[in-house]
Design a protein around this ligand. Structure first.
Ligand code: ATP
Length: 308
């Protein structure tokens, strides 16, 4: 059982509007010590707004925020000493080296960790003397995460830490985040990559239009679909795309020529699909079967894809 003092952050009914846009429409959650908590949602869902309010960079219109069990009105320096922040688009000085950049941020805090060790942990050992302007996208992200760790924080905020990275660089960042958890850090992560949430998060809260629409562990969320597997295939004949037969068979169009059937009984649904292809005279191409994932959870709840 979790104890009350295991709660690092608690947020109650947080609201924030920009003009007519309700960026946060009353969200509540708790983040527990030592967990990776992911806020997953499409672009514009309200993830950065939530994170930046908790970092003290934006003011909410209303709602309550508790840090380490205490209600806070302003996120002051005592809390900031205990938090690490990786912004989505950090601004570093191009002419400084990796080490110099970290030294500057280290100087902002009372306590901190050994910078050489941190640089090695981030896989930036060979780049220690390289100027920021010569770093690749993946190396810059890793530098931004290193900056978030200079003060050896208890809670680390990672805002879309792998957006724009290629798969290999993304995996390197995932390894670093897993390592941070094994060091006992509490991590608040925002992402619009469901693979990232699936791979890393202990608990996932799905946000859409400023509201939490689902929450739980990855297994709980996927389990709630009550679905065994998903049949994925392609159809070239556009003429049947809107046919009644297709829709009434639970076949969902998910992309250009791409279709899916969520199934509880794979054998039955496969034979129904083949019967339909025979009776309607269409060819099924590139058929594969996959396990349901968080994308399916989002699709079921909103009727939209996370990637829209
Ligand atoms: P992204 O993944 O694109 O960063 P997000 O989930 O982080 O998206 P937010 O950046 O929090 O979403 O934005 C939530 C909503 O608030 C969006 O509709 C956005 O356009 C709007 N918004 C955010 N910041 C501002 C601002 N400073 N002024 C006006 N509108 C804003």
């Amino acid at each position: 059982m979790r104890e009350k003092n295991d709660v690092v952050i608690r947020v109650v009914d947080l609201r924030k509007s920009y003009g007519d846009v309700k960026a946060l429409d009353g969200i509540s959650f708790e983040i527990y010590k030592g967990e990776i908590f992911a806020l997953l949602g499409p672009n514009g869902a309200g993830k950065t707004t939530t994170m930046e309010i908790l970092e003290g960079l934006r003011k909410p219109d209303s709602g309550e925020i508790y840090y380490f069990g205490e209600k806070v009105k302003v996120i002051g320096s005592e809390i900031k000493e205990r938090m690490g922040v990786q912004l989505q688009d950090p601004a570093f000085f191009d002419q400084l080296t990796v080490k110099e950049t970290l030294e500057i941020f280290r100087g902002l805090y009372k306590k901190g960790r050994d910078l050489n060790e941190l640089i090695n942990m981030m896989g930036l050992g060979e780049k220690i003397k390289s100027k920021v302007k010569n770093l690749s996208g993946g190396q810059l992200k890793r530098l931004a995460i290193a900056v978030a760790l200079v003060n050896d924080p208890d809670i680390v905020f990672l805002d879309e830490p792998t957006t724009g990275l290629d798969p290999q660089a993304r995996r390197a960042v995932w390894d670093i985040i897993s390592q941070m958890r094994s060091e006992g850090k509490t991590i608040f992560l925002t992402t619009h990559y469901m693979e990232e949430a699936e791979k890393l998060a202990d608990r996932v809260f799905i946000i859409d239009h400023g509201r939490i629409i689902a929450k739980g562990t990855v297994d709980e969320l996927i389990g709630s679909l009550n679905m065994e597997s998903v049949i994925v295939f392609e159809l070239r004949e556009n003429s049947i795309e809107n046919s009644k037969e297709l829709k009434s068979s639970g076949i969902l169009k998910v992309g250009e020529n791409r279709y899916e059937i969520s199934t509880k009984n794979l054998e039955d649904d496969l034979s129904r699909l083949f019967d339909l292809s025979k009776s309607m005279g269409f060819d099924i191409e590139n058929l594969t079967i996959r396990k349901p994932n968080l994308e399916d959870v989002f699709l079921k709840l909103t009727g939209r894809s996370l990637r829209d």
